[in-house]
Design a protein around this ligand. Structure first.
Ligand code: DX5
Ligand code: ZN
Length: 224
């Protein structure tokens, strides 16, 4: 199963684990599963492609069994300079999908092939400085099943959505026939505009985990 089968009618909201309260991680994951959340976004930053080292396979392994047992999906956003190097470990740690950056992958088709050989679905991400047509072309070449349009400079949760992302979402959505995911600064105030622009998968870090009740915030964002 891959992205086509995972996305429910009306689209998806993916809570970004990076923004969780790690002291209460298991509890927060359970609350979100109970609220109907099925796809979780997992951000790995290597301190090179993006400034911070974020979270990696050790944390993934701690939550994957519970998420998988509930029928959930782990969507891993690789903000790393050498995505191919990490694929095997992400697969063995419980990932369903990896999304790597066009700016990092010298040969996106080869990285994608490598990912698929480990049973991973593939997404292709692009940064605010990268032209949507370059991302669309790389996504096609890689056979990516999802395109991730960054609406912030990747690295940290809690940044402000860049308004110029709306045109970039619309442009890339027009160029590809796979779902468009948006990551960075997504919340209740802009979710409607982001969906209108053509995105079907919204990543939300601080809008979910920064809320007093993450499960309620998830439900509001998901419109459920
Ligand atoms: C940071 C990550 C995002 C981040 C989103 O670059 O890729 O997934 O956790 O957090 P918010 O929704 O707070 O911008
Ligand atoms: Zn992300």
């Amino acid at each position: 199963m891959t992205w086509g089968a995972w996305i429910r009618e009306g689209g998806e909201v993916e809570p970004s684990i990076y923004a969780a309260d790690f002291r209460r991680l298991g509890e927060q994951v359970d609350e979100l599963l109970g609220a109907g959340c099925r796809i979780f976004h997992f951000d790995c930053g290597d301190g090179h492609f993006v400034p911070p080292v974020t979270i990696g396979p050790v944390v993934l392994r701690s939550i994957a069994p519970a998420i998988r047992a509930a029928g959930g999906i782990l969507d891993c956003h690789l903000m790393v300079s050498d995505p191919a190097h990490h694929l095997e470990e992400f697969a063995s740690s419980g990932a369903h999908s990896v999304t790597f950056h066009v700016e990092a992958a010298g040969d996106p088709a080869a990285v994608a092939e490598h990912a698929r050989s480990h049973g991973l679905a593939v997404g292709l991400a692009f940064n605010p400085e990268t032209q949507p047509d370059r991302a669309a072309e790389a996504a096609r070449a890689a056979g990516a099943e999802l395109v991730l349009c960054m609406s912030i400079h990747p690295g940290y949760s809690g940044q402000v959505f860049m308004p110029a992302a709306l045109d970039r979402i619309a442009e890339v959505a027009h160029l590809v026939d796979v779902p468009v995911q948006v990551d960075g600064g997504v919340g209740e105030s802009n979710a409607h505009a982001i969906r209108e622009a053509g995105a079907t998968i919204l990543v939300a870090g601080s809008a979910v985990f920064g809320a007093p009740e993450p499960a309620a915030a998830y439900r509001r964002l998901a419109g459920s």
